[in-house]
Design a protein around this ligand. Structure first.
Ligand code: 3HC
Length: 286
């Protein structure tokens, strides 16, 4: 199958990696060659780790041969069977990309969005082939996380949902079909409420390292603040902003995370958020 992933950031490069591991021909699209080169290095690093722990049989270089880079979206998508958009959570940006997908893809291509929160009906607003548009929401890191939400918009054809469900199983994941096209779908509807709560208690002066240490002591891989750093504080901030607009102004009461983002503290991707990530996962010894 020919898969095109648009956006080679945190999620996009991981999704391209998963698709290539499962023998698909993948084109990774972004706006600059330098960004794509960085994404390919991250995929190589991740494949090396998977190979080392025996999770893949093929050599990383052979898997990488199935990934092509492109900065020409129109050209890349023209014979794609499945397009997965994974650009930042900005409604206009996604709508614009889907307008172009509408025009340049084959009539039977599946047009999926990896949006974390935005309604599918909003993303497909200016698309004629609305029946081809569907949510395919992976979790970070896509290569290790099992769950994929498949979100049916009000106009998505049942055939598209079924086909994507099967594709998701073929790539070794556990698909869950979400029939209600609502902000945050299932998982992030709950995550956003948790993010809001832990941001508000932080603003009241709670020690976040102690909270994370407590959650780790329960056996969870990461505490909630470390997880926000891992996912990206910019992503969390966007999500809270969207929820403030769509669900309740309460979500706008969390100012601390936005402040951190404005100061360049994005979490793991910028090397610093709540924690210092420059030497790998933080030691939390509260
Ligand atoms: N690629 C390949 N291998 C990886 C990897 C990657 N990206 N990340 C970690 N690994 C491997 C490591 O090499 C290590 O292998 P080893 O056991 O052979 O040494 C193994 O996985 C464990 O990694 P670590 O020792 O670094 O750390 P952990 O044991 O904590 O595992 C983790 C890392 C899987 C990320 C784990 O911490 C975890 O599950 N964290 C929670 C992640 C989560 O909840 N994600 C969802 C976030 S919400 C979201 O994504 C929604 C979106 O819309 C924003």
């Amino acid at each position: 199958m020919k898969v095109v992933v648009i956006g080679s950031g945190e999620m996009g490069h991981g999704i391209a990696e998963v698709m290539a591991i499962y023998k698909n021909e993948v084109t990774l699209v972004d706006i600059k060659d330098e960004i794509l080169d960085k994404a390919i290095s991250k995929i190589r690093e991740s494949l090396d780790r998977l190979k080392k722990r025996g999770s893949i049989e093929e050599e990383p270089e052979d898997i990488l041969k199935r990934i092509t880079k492109s900065i020409n979206l129109e050209e890349a998508v023209k014979d794609a069977d499945l397009v997965i958009e994974a650009v930042p959570e900005i409604v206009d940006l996604k709508q614009n990309i889907f307008k172009r997908l509408d025009q340049f893809t084959k009539p039977d291509a599946i047009l999926a969005t990896n949006t974390s929160n935005i309604r599918i009906s909003e993303i497909s607003k200016f698309v004629n082939k609305k029946d081809r548009v569907v949510g395919m929401h992976f979790f970070n890191p896509p290569v290790l996380m099992q769950l994929v939400e498949i979100i049916k918009g009000p106009d998505t054809s049942p055939e598209v949902v079924q086909k994507l469900y099967e594709i998701t199983k073929q790539i070794g994941k556990t698909p869950v079909i979400v029939n209600k096209d609502t902000p945050g779908f299932i998982v992030n509807r709950i995550n956003a409420a948790e993010s809001l709560f832990i941001c508000l208690v932080l603003q009241k002066g709670i020690n976040y390292e102690e909270v994370d240490a407590y959650f780790r002591s329960l056996g969870l891989p990461m505490g909630p603040y470390e997880l926000m750093d891992y996912v990206g504080l910019d992503i969390v901030a966007h999500s809270l902003e969207y929820f403030a607009k769509e669900i309740s102004p309460e979500y706008g009461k969390c100012t601390k995370i936005k402040e951190m983002v404005n100061n360049g503290l994005l979490g793991r991707k910028s090397g610093r958020g709540f924690y210092d990530w420059t030497k790998g996962r933080p030691q939390i010894n509260a």
